[in-house]
Ligand binder design. Structure first.
Ligand code: GLN
Length: 556
């Protein structure tokens, strides 16, 4: 962890402006995407924009949470394990964000307590208010400094009126008071249209605005999330009861794709409203050309490419969760669009493939992807799927666990090491083809599990004349990691002799980063120890995903 600075506040640059996004009424209405879209529009007006996510839970980061609880864990370049909204910001803005830009109640308290232990408060009484909000404010200002930003956008997780995020709402109030004219608040609120009456209701939003005002904060802009567009009459009603100008009520009906949202906000004049409200040095004309080109590439009736994603974190009660692999899904889409294809992505639960008869269902798909994962649930199913992809010549892309299991499958079925396993699920197995990394052994023994995996960006060097090297078109790459286990080097010579090509390794050559099979054996069989999906961007698709999708389409 970075050392906590002694001073609890930093000075805001005079020019930096701060936009806060809070949620009204309920969660899950697209606050993260709304925030990303606002930042995107300001960027497209020529401003330097950066984005922060505040998660109100006590966990210090998102790394220890079950993905079915919290969705995907998005790893930043410098290794912090964060919320998937950080991924949206990076994808929309096409920038890498630093660890400073993600905070939780737990991480803020941790800094304050550490500073107190280091006498950083000079003997004073350290209090929940103001010291907790002040630490949040310090980080918000620091984000502006790090990015030399004209505007810092901060999304406060949860909805107004909850206990959990109240200290962050207080931080907004304090910043508004300290920096008049430099802070704007956007509330993303939900306007239900109950089926029984068929009329859009604004009352829940009025209550949310009132709750927010009870904390001393007024929204400057209200984004009206609803199944349909909000009409003039209701805009006026919200304006009257929630203290905003009617033109500051932004209509945000459901749209086919999240990438339409910035364009929709712009039609409502949102960036212009923010620029004039905060006196931002915006360009007169917005430049969304490349974004529009991307959005139109995602339309059309181009040929389909059918990809099966075989994972384990898909169900929650009776509901299917796609959020858990959101970066993977988006990465597939960007590459498909780039190739002029329509991606059809199906989530399949790995557990069902424990029964080999079920493998027949895979015939429908042009390519198979096994994403990252942990633990033993569904592993035998994944191994069966990988064996099927290898033997049937179906393009296969394995990410992290998906790579480790591809190596394991090869060891079991080609090297005939019938008892081969990964130390993660069977530490007593005789043939530990995948073993725990040396540096991890002690951490596991001490149950020191939070933020201690091999995390963040590391370099890999690529072997010439391989699928990986040809896809990347460069000799070295930087990719983001999140793992405790690795290919056991003791088995590398045998695996290589049997046909596995380790086409990417750490610069010292001691860590296997990419495995593949020769193109003469299989059209596309590639596993990577890292998470390429974390660096795939709409305007910058990931070369390995593109190679995988291309091979899948050619396999049709
Ligand atoms: N469970 C594996 C490990 O810790 C893979 C992790 C992952 O897929 N992110 O090494």
């Amino acid at each position: 962890m970075a050392k906590t600075p002694r001073r609890s506040t930093t000075r805001a640059s005079k020019k930096t402006k701060y936009i806060f996004v809070v949620g009204g009424v309920m969660s899950g209405v697209g606050k993260g995407v709304s925030s990303s879209s606002v930042a995107k529009l300001l960027q497209a007006r020529g401003l330097t924009a950066t984005a922060i996510k505040i998660d109100p839970y006590v966990n210090v980061d998102a790394g220890t949470m079950n993905p079915t609880e919290h969705g995907e864990c998005f790893v930043l370049k410098d290794g912090l394990e964060t919320d998937q909204d950080m991924g949206n910001y990076e994808r929309f803005l096409n920038v890498d964000l630093p660890a400073n830009n993600y905070m939780t109640t737990g991480s803020v308290y941790q800094s304050v307590i550490e500073r107190e232990r280091n006498l950083g408060y000079g003997g004073k009484n350290v209090q929940v208010v103001p010291d907790i909000p002040l630490e949040a404010i310090r980080r918000i200002k620091k984000a502006g400094e790090l990015a030399k930003a004209d505007v810092v956008l901060t999304e406060v997780g949860g909805t107004v009126g909850e206990y959990e995020n109240i200290l962050f709402i207080e931080a907004i109030r304090m910043m508004k008071a300290e920096l008049p004219g430099q802070v704007a608040v956007v509330m993303v609120s939900y306007m239900p249209v109950p089926g029984s009456i068929g009329e859009m209701k604004t009352k829940p939003t009025q209550h949310a605005a009132r709750t927010l005002s009870a904390s001393g904060v007024f929204a400057d802009i209200i984004i009206a999330r609803a199944p349909v567009a909000i009409d003039k009459k209701r805009k006026e009603k919200i304006a009257k009861f929630c203290n905003v100008l009617p033109e500051n009520v932004i209509s945000a009906p459901d749209v086919p794709s999240i990438y339409d949202i910035p364009l929709m906000f712009e039609r409502e004049g949102l960036s212009e409203r923010l620029c004039s409200m905060l006196k931002l040095p915006c360009k007169k004309a917005i430049d969304m050309r490349s974004w529009k080109r991307f959005v139109s590439s995602s339309r059309g009736d181009s040929d389909a490419v059918k990809i099966a994603v075989v994972g384990k974190y898909f169900s929650s009660g009776d509901f299917v969760l796609s959020d858990v692999y959101i970066s993977v899904l988006e990465a597939i889409k960007y590459s498909a669009y780039k190739l002029g294809l329509t991606p059809e992505i199906t989530y399949l639960s790995s557990q069902s493939f424990t029964d080999k008869k079920k493998l027949r269902e895979l015939k429908k798909y042009d390519g198979i992807l096994v994403p990252g994962g942990f633990g033993k649930t569904g592993v035998e199913g994944k191994l069966n799927v990988i064996e099927y992809a290898r033997k049937q010549g179906v393009p296969y892309f394995g990410l992290c666990y998906g790579m480790q299991l591809a190596v394991l499958e090869y060891a079991r079925n080609v090297l005939k090491l019938k008892n081969a396993s990964t130390e993660e699920i069977n530490p007593k197995a005789k043939e530990l083809v995948i073993g725990v990394m040396d540096e991890q052994r002690e951490k596991i023994a001490q149950a020191d599990m939070g933020g201690t995996m091999r995390l963040g960006q590391y370099k890999a060097v690529l072997m010439p004349k391989t699928i990986a090297r040809e896809a990347y078109k460069q000799a070295e790459v930087l990719e983001r990691h999140r793992h405790r286990y690795e290919v056991n080097n003791a088995y590398v010579p045998a695996l290589e002799a049997a046909g596995v090509i380790f086409s990417g390794t750490s610069p010292k050559g001691d860590l296997m980063e990419i495995m593949e099979l020769s193109k003469s054996e299989h059209p596309f069989f590639v596993g990577v120890q890292f998470h390429p999906e974390l660096q795939a961007r709409p305007l910058n698709p990931h070369p390995l995903f593109t190679a995988f999708i291309k091979a899948s389409y050619e396999n049709k």
